[in-house]
Design a protein around this ligand. Structure first.
Ligand code: SF4
Ligand code: SF4
Length: 316
């Protein structure tokens, strides 16, 4: 189980917007958390399936918070029929210009390093997608023409699945670009004792890096195809660069995993689990269910996967 090796909860944080506290088991030090990111270099590998099954199986004995960090296309909640019990907006501060006070001096546009402001002789144009909410323009404006207002960029929802399993879902507003901000907020409100399982977006871009920040371990989900191996290599290069230990789950395996295993051996990445390409598994997923919920064999396999994550972190 989690040991002093793992991250500690910031227990003094009283301003968390969501009020739930998962039940803790007697055998867990409730100030300890184990953070696992489930990632993959490409879509379609079954990453969310692995994250949902892992969380469900571990919640049999331990408190688990599952966090959907694939904020552009969150789908983990589809495995769980419960409606959200709490919902809140994610906002960022942005400038609001009072044209009656503005002298059109252009200082704010000159200051903004992101090109989010453009001043003409009688207008101030603001491009919200470029704004990084640094607050600098309101400080630089000597005419007092800039005030900060809140702009909505997405939502967070909380689902209570059982006494030991909760799901936090981050959803980026359609057309918005600040995915990392929504991910950061989703992770912040998910800080609770027990396991935290983050489901990252596919690929290796900024949202994946944001999700990985602070993780104790990354589970890299791949499939036994040349494309799968190529994207596994990319995903591993990110975790390796960030100094985050990783383990591999080969999903949709047709038994021809030789090259994937050879890569893992060369890089000394343990292969924690292999899930076969199987009609029954595809059917269970197709109806929105979990194999660990349907079959105790798979529940035990996913609990063993969690324990393998713990062992890997402890041995490093
Ligand atoms: S710094 Fe203030 S006064 Fe100058 S252009 Fe910007 S908003 Fe207007
Ligand atoms: S808050 Fe910062 S990033 Fe946004 S417009 Fe002002 S100076 Fe630019």
């Amino acid at each position: 189980m989690p040991s002093k090796h793992f991250s500690r909860v910031n227990s003094g944080n009283s301003d968390l917007p969501f009020s739930y506290v998962p039940e803790t088991s007697d055998n867990i030090d409730d100030t300890l958390i184990m953070k696992v990111t489930v990632a993959s270099g490409k879509g379609g590998t079954g990453k969310s399936m692995v994250a949902a099954n892992l969380a469900w199986a571990l919640s049999e004995t331990s408190p688990v918070t599952l966090v959907d960090c694939d904020v552009e296309e969150p789908n983990l909640h589809l495995f769980f029929p419960q409606d959200p019990i709490e919902r809140e907006e994610v906002t960022v501060p942005v400038p609001s210009i009072d044209l009656d006070r503005c002298t059109f001096c252009g200082d704010c546009a000159g200051f903004c390093a992101y090109g989010a402001l453009l001043v003409t002789k009688d207008r101030v144009l603001f491009f919200p997608d470029l704004c990084h909410s640094c607050g600098g323009c309101s400080l630089i404006c000597l005419a007092g023409a800039i005030k900060e207002t809140q702009r909505s960029i997405g939502t967070l929802t909380l689902r209570h699945i059982s006494d030991r399993l909760h799901i936090v879902t981050g959803t980026l507003q359609e057309g918005d670009v600040l995915a990392t901000k929504v991910i950061r907020e989703a992770k912040r409100i998910a800080e609770r004792p027990g396991w935290i399982v983050y489901d990252a977006s596919p690929g290796t871009s900024c949202p994946v890096v944001e999700t990985l920040q602070g993780s104790d371990l990354c589970l890299l989900v791949t499939e036994s195809t040349p494309f799968g191996l190529h994207d596994l290599e990319l995903a591993y290069s990110v975790t390796s660069y960030m100094g985050i230990p990783s383990g591999v789950v080969i999903n949709l395996s047709d038994g021809r995993d030789k090259e994937t295993r050879a890569f893992c051996e060369e890089k000394e990445i343990p292969v924690f689990a292999t899930i076969p390409f199987d009609r029954w598994i595809a059917h269970v997923q197709g109806v929105g269910d979990l194999i660990s919920r349907r079959d105790s064999f798979w529940k035990d396999r996913f609990i063993a996967l969690g324990m393998a994550c713990c062992s890997r972190v402890e041995e490093l």
